[in-house]
Structure formats: structure tokens, C-alpha cells
Design a protein around this ligand. Sequence first.
Ligand code: ARG
Length: 295
Amino acid sequence: MKKQILALFMAAVMAGSLTACGSSGADATTAAATEAATTGGDAAEAATTAADADQESKEETTAAESKAADSGTAGGVLVMATNAEFPPYEYHDGGEIVGIDVEVAGAIAEKMGLTLEIEDIAFDSIIPELQSGKADIGAAGMTVSEDRLKNVDFSDTYTTASQVIIVKEDSDIAGPDDLAGKIIGVQLGTTGDIYASDYEAEGSTIERYNKGFEAVQAMIQGKIDAVVIDVEPAKVFVSQNEGIKILDEALTVEEYAIAVKKGNTELLDQINGALAELKASGELQAIIDKYISAE
Ligand code: ARG
């Protein structure tokens, strides 16, 4: 089971990085070829120009990427990859992306003298984005896991979370054991996905959605029986919808941390230093309290 998950994970990572390298070279080639054609150059010339441009663009990309990867200081910007479908950690509010992770990353960037830039992408694209150097940090309510540690490095943790089960109020599912044989909805590539997938061996079907909220909607519409998701987003989704509830028994205890490209210790040290300051000053807790009211 574990191996299978890792294999899938690696395949996704590889697909992500292949796409990333493929595009810039191809674009440059097309552009150069078009230029040569329109300016009346012959075929051989066009080919040379295209090859040169391809080579050049690769070098430029590599230089820019390694600069960004060194410490995240490319152009004074700290690029944060996230998936803003995860309230209260990151979500859309009007035209803006807000939430705990946005504010924590913003405070870290400020301490580093950088401007935070947010890249809102699919959750399972965040790790490939770090690996290709297109983003400096992944801040997305991301749980530290053994498998992920093979592909990225994590900062010190900044909060604890858990996976919970959401069901309809009149559901016959009362706890984790009742998930056997049911249709379970999750957000693709999350720890909820990995955890729920264990139930496939017990005859359950897993429906994987791009957004956690889509899974909740599918359940409200009666298409699936339960949703496995992180506790704080679960509370938000339940508060926004009638007739659904969170089961008392949590499935896991997890820790969230910020991910960086594997081996980028310079950036990791700066993040950990900033996080330590935010913890000591009470600023981190204040940010969390702003979005999560104590029970
Ligand atoms: N904690 C879970 C994980 O790391 C879910 C995170 C989903 N985050 C998001 N921004 N959509 O897999």
C-alpha cells in the first residue's frame, strides 16, 4: 500500500517536472522559427536560430531558477505556492487570497526583507513547483510526512491538525470503522486521500476532488457517503452548510510545516529563524487566533 502511494506520488512529481522543462525550450524554438520564417531566412538559418534560442533560454531559465532556489531572494520576492481552497489557512475572500498561511508567510517574508508573492495552484502541484524552483516555499496547511520528506524539506512545524470525517446528520456512519464499503470523498493528493485510500482494501471507493469543498458538495447531493479532510476546513465547511456534521473521533494527528526545495538549507534556516521569532513574540498565535476561535 505504502509503496503504491509513493510510486503514484513519484509519477506525479516526474510528470510535473517534465512539463516544466519542456515548455520553455519549445516556446523559444517556435518563436525563433517563426521569426526566421517571417524575415525570409532559409531553413538552415531558421534551424540554427531556433537551436541558439533554445540553448539561450535554457541557460536563462537555469540561472533564474538557481538564484530563486538559493535563498528565495530572486528579485526581492518570496514565491509561495499554495492551494487557496483550504479555509482558514488559505482561501479567496473577494479578490484576495487570505488566511493563516498567507499571514505567517507574509510575516516571514517581511523578516527576510522580501515581498510575498502567492501562486495559487493545485495542491498536488505544490511539491513539483518547489522541485523545479518556480516557487520558493510551499505553505498550504501541508502535513509533514515521511513520503514528502523524500521530495522536499520541511521547516519546523507551526501548528497541529487532524483528519476528521464529515457525514450527513442522518448518516449511519458513526466512526472510522463504518467507512468500510462506503464512498469516501477527499481532496486529491492530501493526507486525507492517503488515509482514506487504506479503506479501499475494505471495499470502499475513494472519490478524489480538486477542492475539498467539491467533496462536501458531492456529499450534500448524496453522491458520496463521507468526506475525510483536515479539521479546521471541515469546521468551516460544516458551518457554511445545513445538515452535515463532523464525527467526534479524529483519524490522525498531523503537523503542518512550510516546504522548501530539498537541500535548500539556507532558506530553511531563515524560515526557521523567523518562525522562532514569531512563536516567541506571540505573533504566530495571534495570527491563528484571528482565524480560529478557541472552543
Ligand atoms: N494537510 C493535508 C495535507 O497536507 C491537506 C492540505 C491541503 N491544503 C490545501 N491548501 N488545499 O495533505
